[in-house]
Design a binder for this molecule. Structure first.
Ligand SMILES: [Zn+2]
Ligand SMILES: [Zn+2]
Length: 614
């Protein structure tokens, strides 16, 4: 454990103790009931009523209602309170900060608070109400009672006439009421309300799976095949982990057909998946399965086996966890590996996908500046966060998704190779699930077991692997050293090949094409473009005297060599600026993973076990 991580761990434990004391001092409320209605769908306003029955001891104390600043699974701070309006109660109310409304019960033991929330985004985090449907994510619409997140809650939904309600906790047709053990579980239950969603079911090992689809575009008769392929993914992932804890699970899928809404969000007994296209359109089928494979893996990794800070949460401040490279990165790796194990991809497709991830990570300057742990801590900046000012994160950060994916793959191969096939990352993940979820004493009201730290994973992994992974964690997880790809791939008779791209220069530019305009989206630090004084937002008019198109601009640069000077003209504000790009060393490389000419039978067998899981 590094000194700074020890300090943060102590701080976290201290916060848990404080919360425990606060909760112990205040008795639970007698009841908390939420009523959700939507009388005017075209207004996009969800109507929420919260009825609280107070015990005698609390009837003269302030009662606070608070909107979360963010919700689990998406770590940018959104301040959901910005969409709240018309907060009223049967007691005097003061809004005390952007998220919090404080009531004076003045001796009343029954408090009714009501408010409206605007929602017109189809996503895994926000909510949407319009005349086609209501699709909500509880964190964006339900306030909690401060100090009483652990208390049981009841939810009643008044749907528009003709609409059917479904979520991952539906257990009977026509259900309009739910009891949840606490507020956290209520907001973990995204819900769809519409007249025309449809449902397919299948069983795996006695568990029921529901595929609920709401389509806003043509499906091209691909639904039956989609459900079959989802079942293959479920079978592959259950084969690795063993039986999931639930009896029923719901895939809640939207084909938005709007070219912009796209998301996947994990929950305890469901997932919310939104595809921007229609199922019948090219690539949408494959992209849906890709998301399914990732989200279903979260049933175990993150929803139950979770980093220390991921549940219960403090929604009043940004998340700070070091573990998202495991929670999301390992899930990315297994999402891809499970597509192979389910038979949806062949070996070649899987290896091509991993080579593409390696290209992305090894081409990013942030890879050498930000560690996997620091990337996780930066999640509130990185995970879909809106930025009002210009930022340099494109050059300085790395995403814990692809970085964690590669850590997982390399770790898996090192463990398989050095243990001569006796252990694998699959075993390590199962050990973690046993130790921290199934067998650990409950750490909080929220869920079974307790969260883990990076040190916990290092210890469990080293035990299972039969060798000390301390040095690996130090270099590649807490620091930024390049992963030992060569050693890892060699164990399974493969090698990573790096070649110079046919178009080897980009001069440090990332371009965005808006119609015929080529706009500079990013300038890499210490690049020819930065030396030439180019800036984000500049419009490139001419490169070497020619028009700049998506297809041509790197070809234009490819005609030059290191040390050459390429004239460039840009427009900035009302000025035209001429400059020269002085090319440095080649900057663009391609990666592929291929079989070694001298791969042995043992190495090939180890590869087959890795890819098939058998
Ligand atoms: Zn819908
Ligand atoms: Zn994920």
């Amino acid at each position: 454990m590094q000194p700074d991580s020890r300090r943060s761990l102590i701080a976290v434990i201290f916060i848990f103790i404080l919360c425990g004391v606060a909760a112990a001092q205040e008795p639970p409320l007698k009841s908390i009931s939420y009523q959700l209605s939507m009388s005017r769908p075209t207004s996009h306003l969800f109507e929420v009523q919260i009825i609280v029955e107070l015990p005698e001891e609390l009837k003269d104390k302030p009662l606070k209602f608070q909107m979360p600043k963010w919700s689990p699974g998406r770590y940018a701070v959104f301040d959901f309170a910005k969409n709240v309006q018309e907060f009223h109660a049967n007691a005097p109310v003061t809004r005390v900060d952007i998220d919090t409304w404080s009531l004076e019960p003045q001796g009343k033991t029954s408090i009714t608070a009501s408010y409206k929330v605007f929602g017109n985004d189809l996503s895994g985090t926000f909510s949407q109400l319009d005349n086609r449907h209501a699709n909500y994510n509880g964190g964006s619409i339900f306030m909690y009672v401060v100090g009483h997140k652990p208390d049981p809650v009841k939810l009643t939904i008044q749907a528009p006439s003709g609409c059917k309600i479904v979520n991952g906790r539906t257990d009977r047709p026509g259900q309009t009421e739910w009891q949840f053990p606490n507020w956290d579980i209520m907001i973990d239950t995204p819900t769809e309300i519409a007249p025309d969603w449809t449902q397919d079911d299948f069983d795996v090992d006695g568990k029921k799976y529901h595929v609920v689809v709401h389509s806003f575009g043509p499906e091209g008769n691909r639904r039956a095949a989609l459900v079959k392929d989802i079942e293959k993914i479920v079978r592959a992932e259950v084969a690795m982990w063993g039986p999931p804890e639930f009896d029923e699970y719901t895939f809640l899928i939207h084909f938005a057909a709007d070219d912009h809404s796209g998301d996947g969000m994990e929950h305890l007994t469901s997932t919310q998946i939104i595809q921007p296209g229609a199922l019948g359109e090219p690539g949408v089928y494959e992209s849906t399965l890709d998301t399914v494979s990732h989200e279903f893996f979260h049933v175990w990794n993150v929803k139950r086996l979770r980093p220390l800070e991921l549940g219960p949460w403090d929604f009043n401040r940004p998340l700070a966890t070091r573990g998202l490279w495991v929670a999301e990165g390992f899930t990315n790796y297994y999402g891809h590996l499970m597509s192979r194990r389910a038979g949806l991809w062949d070996d070649r497709q899987f290896l091509a996908r991993e080579a593409q991830t390696i290209r992305g990570i090894e081409s990013a300057s942030g890879s050498r500046l930000m560690s996997a742990e620091e990337s996780s801590l930066s999640a509130p900046f990185l995970d879909d966060a809106p930025h009002a000012q210009q930022i340099n994160l494109e050059n300085t950060s790395i995403s814990y998704y692809p970085k964690g994916e590669l850590i997982a793959m390399v770790m898996d191969l090192l463990v398989r190779g050095r243990s001569k096939g006796k252990a694998s990352l699959d075993d390590i993940m199962r050990d973690m699930y046993q130790q921290f979820y199934l067998k650990a004493p409950n750490q909080s009201y929220y869920l079974r077991g307790r969260g883990y730290t990076t040190d916990d994973l290092e210890r469990v992994a080293s035990q299972r692997a039969g060798f000390d992974l301390g040095d690996f964690f130090k270099r590649h997880i807490r620091d930024v050293e390049v992963l030992p790809y060569d050693e890892a791939f060699a164990y399974v008779g493969l090698r990573l090949v790096k070649t110079q791209s046919p178009e080897p220069f980009d001069a440090g530019l990332s371009l965005e094409f808006e119609g015929r305009e080529a706009i500079i989206e990013n300038v890499r630090n210490n690049s020819p473009a930065e030396e030439a004084g180019l800036q984000m937002g500049d419009e490139i008019v001419l490169l070497n005297g020619k028009d700049v198109t998506k297809e041509s601009w790197r070809k234009t640069l490819a005609r030059f060599k290191t040390g050459d000077s390429v004239p460039i003209t840009v427009k900035r504000d009302r000025r035209t600026i001429k400059a020269n790009l002085v090319l440095g060393q080649p900057e663009r490389f391609d990666y592929r993973i291929e079989e070694k000419a001298d791969a042995t039978t043992e190495q090939k067998a180890l590869r087959a076990t890795w890819l098939s899981g058998k």
